[in-house]
Design a protein around this ligand. Structure first.
Ligand SMILES: Nc1ncnc2c1ncn2[C@@H]1O[C@H](COP(=O)(O)OP(=O)(O)OP(=O)(O)O)[C@@H](O)[C@H]1O
Length: 253
């Protein structure tokens, strides 16, 4: 059976897409079968792995029931992917039927045997797409910037997770918070890590020991549509993401 992991934070620009892509690459290198699904209407994941975005079916077509899930899957150098569509941005108003929280969970059923890991890239909001992701997932990884505003958002995310657990998916867990664009050398970053530890403890959410440092190499890799592990395997961020992959695997074993 596939393990389904949401990479989620309602705050934008915290490294969700980068984490999905790099974690997928890390898991693939360890021999796992991996599918990435982009639920963010902005569609950055598809671009960043060089997926075909003009004619191929999207997760919107799948959720609407127009295309079978298997037929929306594309191959990419990083891992298999189902791309997003800008039409997803209208989904709150378009999908109003009872049970709309379960659309993704239902859509994934036919492909569960084909992948070891399915990674869900969620939009920067706690709307119906993220709720679908949480309902379908076994666990959530929360990438977070090392700043004080990001810490404040975690309580809101936690509330949403608790609601999904109560009504849609009782076995959902949060694997942990992953500090991104982190600079271990600055005093501020170290203080933020301390505060993050306190908040995580208070909400009973683990904080990953691994963190992801900041580097422009990430943008360079994305601009030529490669994941960081292939683009610059010796770079600190590639090492950080590999370490994170190992920690996550150990945790979920
Ligand atoms: N570790 C890092 N160091 C430097 N830049 C990074 C790092 N991780 C991500 N970035 C950059 O930050 C920007 C946002 O990253 P990303 O798209 O992964 O975040 P996101 O949370 O998915 O954003 P959104 O919420 O808008 O979908 C991108 O330009 C990306 O290249």
């Amino acid at each position: 059976m596939s393990k389904i992991i949401s990479i989620s934070n309602q705050k934008g620009g915290v490294g969700k897409t980068t984490t999905v892509c790099s974690l997928a690459a890390g898991l693939k290198k360890k021999g796992f079968r991996v599918l990435m699904i982009d639920l963010d209407p902005q569609g950055n994941l598809g671009f960043s792995v060089g997926a075909e975005t003009e004619t191929c079916a999207t997760i919107y077509d799948v959720l609407k029931g127009d295309v079978k899930t298997q037929f929306a899957i594309q191959k990419s150098d990083t891992a298999d992917i189902i791309i997003s569509s800008i039409l997803l941005s209208g989904i709150e108003l378009e999908f109003t039927n009872t049970g709309r929280e379960f659309l993704l969970k239902e859509a994934l059923k036919p492909i569960l045997g084909f992948y070891d890991y399915i990674l869900l890239d969620t939009p920067p909001a706690l709307g119906i797409l993220t709720i679908n992701a949480f309902t379908a997932s076994d666990t959530i990884v929360v990438p977070m910037l090392s700043d004080i505003f990001s810490l404040q958002g975690i309580a809101k995310l936690y509330e949403a997770v608790e609601r999904v657990k109560k009504y849609c998916n009782p076995s959902l867990t949060i694997s942990g918070i992953l500090l991104t664009k982190f600079n271990p050398r600055t005093l501020l970053s170290r203080e933020i890590r301390g505060t993050a530890e306190l908040i995580a403890q208070d909400l009973n959410i683990p904080l990953f020991d691994s963190y992801i440092r900041s580097s422009v190499v990430i943008s360079e890799a994305q601009s030529i549509q490669q994941n960081i592990l292939d683009y610059s395997p010796k770079n600190n961020i590639a090492k950080d993401y590999l370490q994170f992959t190992d920690e996550l695997l150990k945790k979920e074993a």
